[in-house]
Write a protein that binds this ligand. Structure first.
Ligand code: ATP
Length: 357
């Protein structure tokens, strides 16, 4: 009989082969408890794919992703690839572009038991992921950065009403499932046309959600406000570059990059991908923190539940989060959080908690 859901699992580079199996095992155990039959589809990406197929993102992987709704992507260490692959788009960028994964959801939440700069932080950054100033995303042909002379460099920033409205809708929908507040972050006092259009589009969409409170911040003020009163913010919606920067700030305020989860989604496909990189400095040492990827995978099940209107996805995510939160509250943590539990052992302890639920 066909599985309820087929999910790609892609180890990737660096700490990927350590943290992806942990996230998959935790999700698999939670799904089994809930009676959701998951088929995990292993796919190749990164250094091992170069060795076996001559490409960091082989055709076989792309063909398989074409047929899947969602997958868990480990980190890639593109800077460590052989010279010939270094100038190219990274595997993550190719995948985001191919499937139009326009919504990057990045929560920042302090866990009980984990030391945080702002223990009251519990927010979700909804980052527009397809345009803005990112040179690899905003042109059909050529790069969004160019140099008319060796001493002059220009960058094109693209903001469209359509992309702004669709990301705003995601932000307001998310707020309905949280504390009902959206903060629109822009810089319309200086970038009046581009980020002004983004702001106006968000406020237009706000009218469709009278149950959600909305306010706005300039991005520079927002950086300061996050440090001062992170706990006051619920959902933050912003354009690509601002979202990238603010989400790293928020992750640090919540405790560690190793806790920074994210998903990249469209209306029909989603990818769980921790916000951190491949961490080659600690790869293979059983020291990597799998929390970010476990939470990212839980978010993937939330997305799936919404997409297919199947409550079991939300139950899987909830079981995963409860076990994770309980472990961290009990002081079980990897070295980056000051603990002494190894990656694999941390995974086993979460599994034991799910089994005891
Ligand atoms: P990228 O550009 O791919 O994001 P990077 O070099 O900027 O990569 P990371 O690979 O995320 O950043 O590593 C930054 C630092 O954070 C490193 O010291 C790394 O060991 C640490 N780090 C990142 N992720 C984790 C994790 N999951 N667990 C423990 N430490 C981590």
């Amino acid at each position: 009989m066909a599985a309820d859901v087929r999910i790609g699992m892609i180890d990737g580079d660096g700490i990927g082969p350590e943290i992806v199996p942990v996230a998959v095992a935790v999700a698999g155990a939670a799904a089994a408890r809930v009676g959701l039959d998951v088929e995990w589809v292993p796919l190749s990406m990164g250094q091992s794919a170069i060795a076996n197929h001559g490409d960091p993102l082989p055709e076989q992987t792309v063909a398989a992703l074409d047929g899947l709704d969602c997958w868990v992507l480990g980190p890639h260490d593109s800077a460590g690839y052989p010279e010939e692959f270094r100038g190219r788009l990274t595997p993550g960028a190719i995948i985001r572009k191919r499937y139009g994964l326009y919504a990057n959801l990045r929560p920042a939440r302090a866990y009980p038991g984990v030391r945080a700069v702002r223990p009251d932080i519990d927010l979700l950054i909804v980052r527009e992921n397809s345009e803005g100033l990112y040179a690899d995303r905003n042109m059909a042909v050529g790069s969004g950065e160019f140099m008319p002379t060796p001493d002059v460099a220009l960058a094109v920033g693209v903001i469209t009403r359509a992309a702004s409205e669709r990301i705003a809708r995601i932000a307001f929908e998310q707020a309905q499932t949280r504390r009902g507040r959206v903060t629109v972050v822009h810089k319309a006092n200086v970038l009046a046309m581009t980020t002004g259009l983004f702001r106006d589009a968000c406020f237009d969409i706000a009218r469709e959600f009278p149950d959600v409170a909305v306010d706005e911040q300039h991005v520079d003020a927002m950086a300061a406000q996050l440090v001062r009163r992170a706990g006051d913010f619920d959902v933050v919606v912003t354009e690509n570059l601002f979202g990238d920067i603010l989400s790293d700030l928020a992750a640090e305020l919540a405790g560690s990059l190793g806790l920074a989860a994210s998903i990249n989604a469209s209306d029909v496909k989603a990818m769980a991908q921790a916000a951190h990189g491949a961490a080659p400095d600690i790869a293979g040492q059983d020291r990597a923190n799998p929390v970010a990827l476990i939470e990212s995978t839980a978010m993937l099940f939330d997305w799936w539940a919404r997409r297919f209107d199947d409550e079991r996805g939300r139950e899987v995510a909830s079981l995963m989060r409860t076990a994770l939160g309980d472990a961290l509250s009990a002081g079980e943590a990897t070295p980056d959080l000051g603990g002494s539990v190894g990656t694999a052992e941390f995974g086993r302890r979460i599994l034991a908690r799910i089994a005891a639920t």
